[in-house]
Design a protein around this ligand. Structure first.
Ligand SMILES: [Zn+2]
Length: 171
């Protein structure tokens, strides 16, 4: 890494480390720059998982209008990506806006999962209720399934006789 630091103070003595590289040391107290960086590094990029978690979480909350289906999918996905982002934070492999993004993903992910489960439960409840009331209104009229045509074409095609090997086939 040859990137130099911008306006960034030493974590030990607050001496400005501008112009130094990551593998250097503080000219004032000698503390390694890497150590000062820690989690608040301006060079460490925001974890992609945290961004994904935030987007998925917001989608899961906003998507409750579509029968809650996006919520059911994106909510748990936001929680999984939040966990991955958190792991990167613990391992200090992520910085930038990872923390607020991941937190947003966590909160919206939980809300989205709850909304998705609630909407799904409501839909199931409505359909079960609808089925039961229809069953009560017309008990003797269940739709008879149409007789299925026997699938004779598919196996016959596979057993088509092949021309005898060796003998040349003439038209
Ligand atoms: Zn220092």
């Amino acid at each position: 890494m040859n990137e130099t630091l911008g306006e960034f103070p030493c974590g030990v003595c607050d001496y400005p480390l501008r112009g130094l590289t990551v593998d250097g040391a503080c000219p004032e107290c000698g503390a390694p720059v890497m150590e000062s960086l820690g989690n608040r590094s301006p060079l460490r990029k925001t974890s992609g998982w945290s961004t994904a978690s935030m987007v998925l979480g917001i989608t899961s909350v906003a998507g409750c209008v579509f029968y809650g289906i996006p919520s059911m999918v994106c909510g748990p996905a936001a929680l999984i990506t939040w966990w991955l982002a958190r792991r990167q934070l613990v391992l200090k492999r992520a910085g930038g806006s990872t923390k607020p993004f991941a937190l947003t993903g966590l909160i919206t992910g939980i809300v989205g999962t709850v909304i998705g489960a609630a909407v799904a439960g409501f839909i199931v409840w409505v359909f079960v209720g609808l089925n039961q009331s229809m069953h009560h209104m017309q008990p003797a009229a269940p739709a008879a399934p149409a007789p299925v045509a026997s699938p004779a074409t598919a196996p016959a095609g596979q057993q088509a006789p092949a021309p005898a090997s060796g003998a040349p086939v003439s038209p």
